[in-house]
Design a protein around this ligand. Sequence first.
Ligand SMILES: Cc1ncc(COP(=O)(O)O)c(C=O)c1O
Length: 409
Amino acid sequence: MSPTLNLDFVRSQFPAFDQESLDGWAFFENAGGSYASGQTIDRLHRFYTETKVQPYAPYPASTTGGRQMDDAYVRLAGILNVGTDEVHIGPSTSQNTYVLAHAFRQGWADGDEIIVTNQDHEANSGVWRRLGDRGITVKEWAIDPVTGLLDPAELHTLITDRTKLAAFPHCSNIIGFENPVAEICAVLADAGVVSVVDGVSAAPHGLPDVGALGADIYLFSAYKTWGPHQGVMTVRRSVCDSLTNQSHWFNDEEITKRLVPAGPDHAQVAAMNGVVDYLDALHEAHFDDGAAPDERGRRVHDLIRAHETALLTPLLDFLNSRSDVRIIGPSNPAVRVPTVAVLPSKNPADVATALVDHKIMAGAGDFYAVRVLQAMDIAVDPGVLRLSFVHYTSPAEIDQLIAALDATL
Ligand SMILES: Cc1ncc(COP(=O)(O)O)c(C=O)c1O
């Protein structure tokens, strides 16, 4: 039988829960950025205090620092089920897609085609759409304006023999629905189209098995997965090899640098180990065998998701019972992540402000998903109220949120 999440253990791993300044506050803006695990903070502190020298030189502080950075790539690759040479760590997901768009354009001819969606955060949309000004034909895979969902059947009608790439989200930061990524990637692979999946909204709910999803490129932001402020992307090796080097010319053969012209943030790359340290600790606290990294990743993912779904159910039930609020995206907790955008009859920003009196941290706005709101005919200003949590959230905090919403909606 699968274990259930030991919440006391989980919360003991996050120093934020011991802070007097945060005492009594319930955090519901996790989709903007999560609390950092203690392991991440320790790793950052260790790097800055013990090894804050130029890495990869022969003296001990430097070799240790470099080794920590190398370990991060190896360990992330293990848990994501991709090759070590397929992990790239850059300053943010927005910056990573920006670099990718430049790299891909150099290999394409005028008139080649790409597909984008209007369900994405702008980070996986705008950089691709701008290629329309540089000779590329951009087609939009559009959401249903009522449900906010993408219809996979429609994708087939957009693919031609000139289609080079399709960018789409694992899950929108407004709609919350988990798109059938494996199915979509298989359709694209059959047609010889590169898949670029924005996993930023999905990864905080358990890092994915990217190998099983079959995504050519998968992106997420570690500051939302309990880690440092970095963007992680996996790029299939054959795809990476086909791209023009975006770093200094002499770094052409350096796989971790080819798509990161900014140069690595040494301490934060090393602190990526803190994410894996945390997931390993979580695994160890719930399973008593030494499974391989990819299996550990899958188990911990399922453990996290089961807890989140159980907590999401009463929140969605409550929201569904109200006539003064509309849930954006599906109401079924089994098909969505706990990032719930709602449209209250009151101004969303006013509700977010009123929630502060109840020690609820939540936000309102467009969350850079402007195209989603426009397509659903929702005013971008003031936008929506967004309530998002992750697996460290407790049933008591959900009760606190529901009581606060009851008083403020
Ligand atoms: C779904 C989604 N994609 C992409 C991004 C951009 O990530 P970053 O801040 O790392 O550029 C965000 C940020 O909030 C997001 O929510």
